[in-house]
Design a protein around this ligand. Structure first.
Ligand SMILES: [Zn+2]
Length: 169
């Protein structure tokens, strides 16, 4: 997902297209907000945020329960065609799902003797082989829970297993 957005931001810069603030470097989140904001299609969703009361300074996200949400069509000229907007939305969704499925699968599946065979005893995610360089400069391979590698210790408090120890076992 991010790599796709990054390559588009590079193209925009190369083509000399500036951001709304006149900057030549595009942030991928700016691009993502354009691709996911229905205003660019000429439609508007009204009431996405609301003020809880007249004295409140900040607006809050509206889930539709506290204030009405309505969709107004053709409120202004479209920059992105509705069909193209829908396609971009579908493509982003597809890539996100692909990325999620790849955690513990896909490209890590059959490279090493234990690939795809090992499962984390704590959370059940697949284990992934990775190589770390120790303080001494020595490189050691170990197997660790994908969930922990990607999402951190708070998600799974498992330990890495040294590849040599594993192979000996
Ligand atoms: Zn785990």
């Amino acid at each position: 997902m991010k790599t796709a957005l990054k390559s588009i931001t590079k193209r925009l810069k190369a083509d000399g297209i500036r951001t709304k603030l006149g900057k030549e470097n595009w942030c991928h989140s700016t691009l993502e907000s354009i691709l996911t904001n229905e205003k660019y299609t000429g439609n508007a969703i009204l009431g996405k945020t609301y003020k809880p009361d007249v004295l409140s300074k900040s607006r809050q996200k509206n889930d539709g329960k506290k204030a009405p949400i309505c969709c107004a069509e053709n409120t202004h000229p479209a920059i992105i065609e509705q069909g193209v907007f829908e396609l971009a939305k579908k493509e982003m969704h597809r890539r996100r799902e692909n990325a999620e499925n790849q955690i513990g699968g896909g490209k890590y599946s059959s490279q090493y003797p234990f690939s795809g065979m090992l499962v984390c005893g704590i959370c059940g995610s697949k284990l992934r082989r990775h190589v770390r360089t120790m303080g001494s400069g020595k490189r050691t391979a170990s197997w660790g829970c994908c969930n922990r590698i990607v999402n951190g210790r708070s998600e799974c408090n498992s330990h890495h297993v040294n590849a040599e120890v594993l192979e000996a076992t």
